[in-house]
Design a protein around this ligand. Structure first.
Ligand SMILES: Cc1cc2nc3c(=O)[nH]c(=O)nc-3n(C[C@H](O)[C@H](O)[C@H](O)COP(=O)(O)O)c2cc1C
Length: 354
């Protein structure tokens, strides 16, 4: 056993997540890649995910996949979850990942106000988002619930092992959670419980559309892509209201998106956001944020801290994002102590696809 293997420690051990057996405690974080023309994942996409499954990633979470509604997104190379060619494309992806011994979750995505009106369709938002946006009516909310449920059913047919609902980063569901973008006065706006109500209805609708034992992950964040200082909850008590609404609606796992996993979520405790999510709900959680971006991370005090906190039960899986763009074999090389085969992350890695 090399020194690095010893350091990666329990990250390399098999585990189960909400009943799903996984070969390691590493997840691949969802990353939009724009490689699916017409919304259909190609064989290149299947090979890309398979490569990460072959190299130590226990659970792959796909890039955001648009639910089947015109308001969900405008990009033509972002994948979709619809019956027909997209479903067939995803079936190839899940088969390739399974052949490599991996497991894969589809991330269900609606862009909310980030949808651009390139085709004359305004962005659907909770309320009050400036610009060319359309506040969602209660009847339209029901239409969106059906779109999420339909996408979930397609994902199950395509062979996914789990689903993740994207409720982070300032997209539609997060716009409901954040008071700044949710000024509604109906049952979907106001208190933290009311702001969580529409995302919770989405969770319920997806839960009802999938087998009872299929893990349902919900990804959330404090920050928005356009505002890193934003917060959906100012205190653990407010976060508890939101996350327990998710749990009651049928979430099995919480994926707490942070830019730096080591950052405390609230003053007065070192616990990170995934740690609070688990502490407040009792659900397993996934942490993420700046893990392994440089070679120097391996063997560092920060890396030891990550493993210690995992071992202490603060969170259950560790997701890797950007480091996997240029290093699909990162876990294999890190476990073998082959730091010479690992690249530091560079922004230009986002243009590579292999
Ligand atoms: C190119 C790129 C695309 C991303 N796309 C998504 C996405 O579709 N859905 C999502 O929830 N997060 C997305 N993210 C955020 C990542 O999942 C992850 O949280 C972030 O990169 C931090 O993890 P890291 O420091 O390990 O990279 C994306 C990040 C990058 C770099």
């Amino acid at each position: 056993m090399t020194a690095t293997t010893a350091l990666l420690g329990s990250l390399l051990e098999p585990t189960t997540l909400a009943g799903l057996p996984l070969s390691s405690r590493f997840a691949m974080a969802p990353m939009t890649r724009f490689r699916s023309p017409g919304g259909v994942p190609t064989p290149e996409v299947a090979a890309y995910y398979r490569r990460r499954a072959e190299h130590g990633i226990g659970l792959i979470i796909t890039e955001g996949v648009l639910v089947d509604h015109p308001s969900a997104g405008h990009e033509t190379t972002v994948p979709r979850l619809t019956a027909g060619p997209a479903e067939q494309g995803w079936r190839s992806v899940t088969e390739q990942v399974h052949a490599a011994g991996g497991r894969i979750a589809a991330q269900l995505w609606h862009l909310g106000s980030a949808r651009e009106p390139v085709d004359g369709i305004a962005a659907w938002t909770p309320s009050g988002v400036p610009g060319d946006t359309h506040p969602i009516t209660l009847a339209e909310a029901d239409v969106l619930l059906a779109a999420y449920a339909d996408a979930a059913a397609v994902a199950v047919r395509a062979g996914f092992d789990a689903l993740e609902i994207h409720a982070a980063h300032g997209y539609l569901l997060d716009e409901f959670l954040w008071p700044h973008t949710n000024r509604r006065t109906d049952r979907f706006g106001g208190s933290p419980a009311a702001r969580a109500a529409f995302p919770a209805e989405v969770i319920s609708a997806v839960r009802a559309a999938i087998p009872a034992d299929l893990p349902l992950i919900v990804r959330f964040s404090q920050f928005k892509e356009r505002d890193y200082a934003a917060r959906i909850a100012d205190s653990p008590a407010e976060l508890a209201v939101i996350l327990n609404a998710f749990a009651t609606a049928g979430a099995d796992v919480l994926h707490a998106s942070q830019r730096d996993f080591a950052a405390p979520a609230f003053a007065g405790s070192p616990r990170n956001l995934a740690g609070w999510a688990k502490h407040l709900t009792g659900l397993p959680s996934i942490t993420v944020g700046s893990v392994g971006l440089t070679r120097g991370f391996l063997g560092s005090a920060t890396q030891r801290e990550l493993v210690d906190r995992l071992d202490a039960g603060e969170f259950d899986l560790v997701a890797l994002g950007r480091v996997l763009l240029g290093n699909p074999e990162w876990v294999t090389h890190a476990a073998a102590g082959r730091l010479d085969l690992i690249r530091d992350y560079r922004k230009s890695d986002e243009d590579r696809y292999f």
